[in-house]
Write a protein that binds this ligand. Structure first.
Ligand code: ADP
Ligand code: MG
Length: 338
């Protein structure tokens, strides 16, 4: 959720009469999408062209939501799930692409991220509403349907087959990052590469604003998302995502169970965690922030260190204290002059 805040780091363009191209102004547009606020910031010579490009980018997000949503029973994803246990199903290029890329991350994270987690996620969504723990039997039954190896993709025929009846897919850990990248690509295609797209806590940034080295992005403190950021990053052509339990928790018996679930146990995570990942794109940062939450500090940071051009900041609350740890590359992205 939006526990990241972003502040474009721009300076006024000095117009000394030598500028060849028109001065670029900063424009911001917001619309509700994917259960959160989608925000587009772009630099353009005039409002009308900025607005047109932003509208196309928002439309792309809406289009992808119709492909990926697990809240909408008519989404392409849910229509595929309705055929679980049956024959391979022809799917759109978008759904194929996001499933293929998701499965690559499922493998990299050794199953900490598993897009077949949906039956368990749904139990915890119910628990959030009713404030009652799912029973052990329910968790066991739901976990029996969780195994990414039961998704078969065929690139030649562009089909997907879900091998077990009752299987359900959930792209919640990845979809917003994927859509942010896609929206940024639309802005770039329309001639606006100096842009940022944020979908809640998942942000895709393009080229730097005029006369700036990058986009300045603030990371809010774990316990107070509205307070001043604890860190500022300066990034270009990257994805920045934060996962954690700032908002989505089930409070039962004095414990806070996160909406991030360990596929090994089927239990929502207890204890506040916030993981910010910076990666070459937002799908990658989105996939990895959730995975590191599941994997924990040691395994999670080891994974981050092993990947090119990826950095992370982890803030985990234990019973007695708050532990902050960062990967080696993280410090290089920090803004030191506030
Ligand atoms: P958000 O930005 O909405 O907080 P996250 O990137 O933190 O999203 O992902 C959380 C979502 O991912 C959950 O709501 C759920 O749909 C899904 N999810 C939870 N645990 C897992 C998991 N182990 N593997 C894959 N997806 C998960
Ligand atoms: Mg994520």
């Amino acid at each position: 959720m939006p526990i990241i805040r972003y502040l474009p780091f721009s300076l006024l363009i000095p117009l000394l009469g030598v500028a060849q191209s028109p001065a670029l102004e900063r424009y911001t547009f917001t619309e509700p999408h994917m259960g959160t606020t989608a925000r587009i910031v772009l630099y353009a010579p005039d409002e009308s062209s900025a607005r047109k490009a932003a509208a196309k980018a928002f439309a792309r997000i809406a289009e992808l939501n119709l492909v990926m949503s697990d809240y909408n029973p008519n989404s392409e994803l849910m229509r595929l799930c309705a055929k679980a246990g049956g024959e391979p199903v022809p799917i759109s290029a978008d759904l194929y692409d996001v499933l293929e890329k998701s499965l690559a991350f499922v493998k990299v994270t050794e199953g900490a991220l598993d897009i077949t987690i949906s039956p368990v996620v749904r139990l915890w969504r119910r628990a959030k509403r009713t404030r009652e723990m799912p029973s052990e039997a329910e968790i066991k039954q739901a976990l029996a349907l969780v195994d990414f190896r039961n998704i078969k993709l065929d690139s030649q025929r562009r089909t997907a087959q879900l091998l077990v009846m009752g299987m359900l897919l959930d792209l919640g850990a990845i979809g917003k990052g994927y859509a942010a990248d896609a929206a940024l690509a639309v802005l770039r295609k329309h001639g606006f590469p100096r842009a940022l797209v944020a979908l809640g806590g998942d942000i895709a940034v393009g080229d730097a604003p005029p006369n700036a080295k990058g986009w300045r992005i603030g990371i809010a403190p774990l316990k107070n998302p509205g307070a001043d950021p604890t860190h500022y990053l300066l990034v270009t052509n990257a994805g920045v995502s934060t996962a954690g339990d700032a908002e989505q928790v089930a409070e039962i018996g004095g414990n806070r169970y996160s909406h991030i679930i360990d596929p090994k146990t089927g239990i929502g995570q207890i204890g506040r965690r916030s993981v910010t990942v910076i990666a070459p794109n937002a799908m990658m940062s989105d996939a990895l922030d959730t995975a590191v939450c599941v994997m924990g500090l040691d395994r999670g940071l080891k994974l981050i260190e092993s990947l090119d051009s990826v950095a992370a900041l982890c803030v985990f609350e234990t019973k007695t204290k708050i532990v902050t740890a960062q990967s080696t590359r993280f410090a290089k992205l920090l803004v030191t002059d506030r």
